[in-house]
Write a protein that binds this ligand. Structure first.
Ligand code: PHE
Length: 341
């Protein structure tokens, strides 16, 4: 019996198992009800009393060795199993790769800019936080003009030449007149701010593209051409324009530009409110007082300026009637423009 036990001891030492299933099989073979170790304990009962002491010790040693080995095998089987589970779960759904898209306002603004680039206009940029002189003073706004009211403009400081958020990108044109050599042919895209209650038709932040051309002998006919060519590039080669007299402090004469409705082709629909025309921008000949205020000799030079709201153009292009959609960044709205560019 002693030999049998010792043989088993060496066998147990070299035992190996692959997976928990095999460990369990080994356990049953050794320590189960009919296992070899259990059986040896049965046989031990019959052993002569003088041999009991010696045999008892080896038998216990065998039981301890068997139990320890099974624990060891179990642990390593579990350790081997875990990574296979978490790393390679082939039933897991894949990661979704969401495609981004350019914002419709950026798309529209870039389109307006690239049309004017083709006509030879270069992009000029300026600060969003400006002073009264660049936004109003040098553009011929009288001191009591309502735009200078807190109701219309976000002021940052008060006093002689207050700091404020620009209400139009005409301030960039002023900076160009101060710094650039003549002739000037620029386009000014950017963000502007007005103290408006937010509604479907108005927002306190929006975007503009304004243009300025100053040279010798620039006439109203040149302005009309610059606006007509833009309208045809933007709204199709059959687009017509009409100019309605208007007023801006910095241009004289001034006009409002309408483009023929590209939805009903002039027949009248709910977008153009039955008129067949859509208002797209303001424009005019730069007032000589503005040229002089910016150090340009108005007897030698003349120029025109125009300005449009990017949201307005985008609304007409995509017929989105509520301006707020452009600012809320609701992914369901933005996703619809994924195919645009
Ligand atoms: N600056 C004007 C505005 O913000 C637009 C404009 C620009 C009008 C140039 C005429 C000439 O409304």
């Amino acid at each position: 019996m002693k030999e049998k036990i010792e043989k088993l001891l060496t066998q147990i030492e070299s035992l190996k198992a692959q997976g928990e299933q095999e460990v369990e099989e080994i356990r049953i073979k050794l320590l189960g009800k009919k296992g070899v170790v259990t059986q040896l304990f049965e046989e031990f009962r019959e052993v002569l009393p003088e041999q009991k002491r010696e045999l008892g010790q080896v038998l216990n040693k065998l039981k301890v060795a068997a139990t320890q080995k099974i624990e060891e095998l179990k642990e390593s089987a579990q350790a081997n199993m875990q990574p296979t589970h978490s790393l390679y779960d082939l039933t897991k759904p894949g990661d979704v790769v969401e495609l981004g898209a350019r914002h419709p306002i950026s798309v529209t603004m870039d389109q307006i800019v690239s049309i004017y680039n083709k006509f030879g206009y270069t992009v000029a940029k300026g600060p969003e936080i400006e002073d009264d002189w660049h936004v109003f003073g040098s553009l011929n706004f009288p001191p009591e003009h309502p735009a200078r009211d807190m109701q219309d403009t976000f002021f940052i400081t008060h006093g002689e030449n207050p700091v404020l958020l620009r209400t139009h990108t005409s301030s960039v044109q002023v900076r160009a007149m101060e710094n650039m050599p003549l002739p000037i042919r620029i386009i000014c895209p950017g963000r502007v701010f007005r103290n408006e209650a937010i509604s479907a038709r108005a927002h306190c932040i929006f975007h503009q593209v304004e243009g300025l051309y100053i040279d010798k002998d620039v006439s109203f006919a040149d302005l009309k051409q610059a606006v007509l060519l833009f309208a045809r590039e933007m709204f199709g080669s059959n687009a017509q324009i009409r100019l309605r007299p208007s007023y801006f402090p910095f241009t004289e004469p001034s006009a409002e530009v309408d483009v023929s409705c590209n939805i009903c082709k002039g027949a009248g629909c709910n977008v153009c409110k039955g008129t067949g025309w859509l208002e797209i921008m303001g424009c005019g000949m730069v007032d000589p007082a503005v040229l002089e205020a910016n150090g340009i000799d108005s007897k030698v030079y003349s120029g025109f300026a125009f300005g449009m709201g990017v949201e307005r153009i985008a609304m007409l292009k995509w017929q989105v009637k509520d301006l707020r959609h452009y600012f809320e960044n609701d992914i369901r709205f933005l996703k619809q423009f994924q195919t645009v560019i």
